[in-house]
Design a protein around this ligand. Structure first.
Ligand code: PHB
Length: 392
């Protein structure tokens, strides 16, 4: 079966779904292909920190209703080390800015509901997606769906299919330059049915390793522990997780509340950028083309920022065949991407225990940096501006 659309979008994560909706609002059709089923995509637990720019865009797009009602607005975070907490007041340091805590899977649910409402195609459980003809003006997506072999002829293809997706690999060898760092640790993340133990996020530096206290709602706490990058989840029974969390967060007058663990998983920490973010009629966006370590909480925000630029470029092209914006897509995005890459790397090296730190040199430097950040207004402002996503 052969069909046609203006933009073929591979991947129904935040990047693909936001792009599809922005194009819809401009009267441009698209087909979104996703290899997982709807339930999986809606339940996939990811980070949950939205910059104001992301909240504003989702709201302007008309998908911010539940986000406005249920999102938790935070005006600061705590840095905890040597058993003491230090608050970084974002609002005071950035002229009133904050962040909104709202799980990525909630954003995805809202976007899927909005997509289905438009009646435009969103196909789940698609197999064997093959992007072809990227160097021609009729790129094609071949795939299988419900047992049928299908062909989708497009004007453009958007590769929003994540780090392990097929689109980046469809670019011929030698075109993309990869920049990559794998960190010698991962994060063990849990979701617990218990009220958060603090009103704000706590980034904790400890000799036993990094820990993070976050939340999803007044009844759900999200917690992370630095662990081995390939840590088998079986080696972390619930009791061991709580014991380790208590040890790392220990602080006078503060107690971590425990509750039933309803989700558990290990995430590797990596930095990755492939450049340029475009080849021929294929445009890559989000995790398909850059990964940031979760410490800076930038992944979703970067993905949304990419597709906002892409939607503007595509809409200009479809209205008068003007490709100026599309030609500068990669360049426009990469400045922000590398800035976020820098901030996420900085937060990561500041807060994690370095496994190869024989004589403790790194740890001493981390303490010095942490003391500086919490005692110098200039240093705290730098963290705050980056965290809230303020770009002057
Ligand atoms: C989360 O709530 O999942 C979260 C928060 C902050 C981060 C990473 C993850 O830096």
């Amino acid at each position: 079966m052969s069909e046609r659309t203006q933009v073929g979008i591979v991947g129904a994560g935040p990047a693909g779904l936001v792009l599809g909706h922005l194009l819809h609002l401009r009267g441009i059709d698209s087909v979104i292909l996703e290899d997982r089923d709807r339930d999986y995509v809606e339940k996939r637990v990811r980070a949950g920190v939205l910059e104001q720019g992301t909240v504003d865009l989702l709201t302007e797009m008309g998908v911010g209703g539940r986000l406005q009602r249920e999102g938790l607005v935070h005006h600061g975070v705590e840095l905890r080390f040597d058993r003491r907490g230090h608050r970084i007041p974002f609002d005071e340091l950035t002229g009133g800015c904050g962040i909104t805590i709202y799980g990525q899977q909630e954003v995805v649910k809202d976007l899927i509901a909005a997509r289905l409402e438009t009646g435009r195609p969103l196909l789940f459980e698609v197999d064997d997606v093959r992007p072809e003809g990227l160097d021609t003006d009729r790129p094609t997506l071949r795939f299988r769906h419900g047992g049928d072999e299908r062909e989708l002829r497009c004007d453009f293809i958007a590769g929003c299919d994540g780090f392990h997706g097929v689109c980046r690999d469809a670019v011929p060898d030698g075109v993309l330059t990869r920049h990559e760092r794998a960190y010698p640790f991962g994060w063990l993340g849990i979701l617990a049915e218990v009220a958060p133990s603090s009103e704000e996020l706590i980034y904790c530096h400890h000799d036993r390793g990094f820990a993070l206290h976050s939340m999803r709602s007044p009844e759900l706490t999200r917690l992370y522990l630095q662990c081995e990058p390939d840590e088998p989840i079986e080696s972390w029974p619930d009791e061991r997780i709580w014991e380790e969390l208590h040890a790392r967060f220990e602080s006078e007058g503060w107690a971590l509340k425990e509750g039933p663990i309803v989700e558990k998983g290990v995430t590797p920490m990596r930095s990755f950028v492939a450049e340029p973010m475009q080849h021929g009629r294929l445009f890559l966006a989000g995790d398909a083309v850059h990964i940031v370590p979760a410490t800076g909480a930038k992944g979703l925000n970067l993905a949304v920022a990419d597709v906002r630029v892409l939607a503007d470029g595509l809409s200009r092209w479809f209205s008068n065949q003007d490709d100026t914006l599309l030609r500068s897509y990669s360049e426009q995005c990469l400045g922000r991407v590398w800035h976020a890459q820098y901030f996420a790397w900085w937060m990561t090296q500041l807060l994690h225990r370095m496994p190869d730190d024989g004589d403790g040199f790194q740890t001493k430097l981390q303490r010095a940096q942490l003391s500086h950040v919490v005692s110098s207004r200039a240093a705290a402002t730098a963290l705050a501006e980056n965290y809230v996503g303020l770009r002057r």
